[in-house]
Design a protein around this ligand. Sequence first.
Ligand SMILES: Nc1ncnc2c1ncn2[C@@H]1O[C@H](COP(=O)(O)OP(=O)(O)OP(=O)(O)O)[C@@H](O)[C@H]1O
Ligand SMILES: [Mg+2]
Length: 408
Amino acid sequence: MHKAPQTNPFTFGDLALDEAFTDREEELQELASDMANGQNVLVYAPRRYGKSSLILRAAQEALQRKALVAYCDLMKTPTKERFAAALAKTIYADIASPMGQAFERAAELFRGLRILPTMEVDPADGSLRFSFQAGRRRSDIDETIERLLELFGELAVERRRRVVAIFDEFQEIIALDPKFPNLMRAVFQAQPEVSHVYLGSKRHVLERIFNDRNEPFWRSAKQLEIGMIPALRFAPFLKERFAESGKSISADALDHLLNLSGGHPYGTQELAYFVWELVEPGGKATLDTVDTALSRVLRSEHNHFAQLWDDAPRTQRQLMLALAEEPTAAIYSAAYHESHELPSNPTLQTALRSLIDKDVVSRDAEGCYRVIEPFLGPWLLRSQMGYGMQGLVERQPTGSLVDNQQSS
Ligand SMILES: Nc1ncnc2c1ncn2[C@@H]1O[C@H](COP(=O)(O)OP(=O)(O)OP(=O)(O)O)[C@@H](O)[C@H]1O
Ligand SMILES: [Mg+2]
């Protein structure tokens, strides 16, 4: 059936779109209702769990129901001027009426702004691009942003459409200006026709914004935490993607793969990608293939992990090793403490906090702490806990992990 050479069906790093996306059915349904109801939502998950992919999928469904969807990624707007430009762009392209000549329409839309944007046509795709210069007064840009945010509500009313405004990596708002949550909340409170969706990955920052009664966003959004994709849902997806691309994977290899990745969305796709590469067209992936693929993954992630390790103080290293060996819900128990030679409190607590903040460790729904950075666990076990000769060799700071199965 498959005549043309197949390309690898697994992707990691980019958004998981269309057939690269799997599961999350309950979450999608919930988000769809929230968006339709004008409910504000905070979607929380550690890095690379698939927040952006999930919200994009939900947004596509909202668009089909005739909602207007704005999207702004705060990770890409390190200055207020850039934040204003991103808002102007999505308001113009996604929320405002598409009628009329581009420049006139944009000029009309933004005529009330304290700082008027410079507009130019992006030669790459012919779309309109906006930029803002710093104003004469420091507050000019704040007033401009405030006005742009008001436009979400005004355009929703004017166009009689539901508006969904998505802020990806919302915790970055604090870095932009600690006073911005106040400013935003004041505007958003007066926009019942807009569903505000906040995505974030830094739990402690988000908790400060949303769960502190002295903060403006306190109890202003429903919270939705997304986790790993259960093996039961991931397995059929992986199997099918192998089959569609003219290869297959044995049942125990599939189990092994999902055991190693723990259902981490990015990690699973990454490992599956390497497994697929190792299988001949028409061939079948076995347990050995998965092990070889894991070595390849560890090699390709080596610099990243080594950096993480080098930057971690001693207590964090001890804790990483302990959790890689044995995930636990009883991290402060005497038994765990003793068997892993951990430091005592509050040193341990500080180390745990730091590892959580760095998205290296997380506590799952059952209260169990584990290393969640995909494949850091196996890397630690191989390179930092290796005893004897092999451990020594693998410990060399400049060398990559020894991989005996390495082919050409
Ligand atoms: N529903 C899904 N089905 C299959 N794979 C997924 C899914 N969601 C995410 N992934 C995998 O995880 C990777 C990261 O997804 P995404 O960028 O959406 O996560 P994120 O939480 O927004 O990450 P970041 O914190 O880096 O912004 C994707 O490239 C894909 O490999
Ligand atoms: Mg993202």
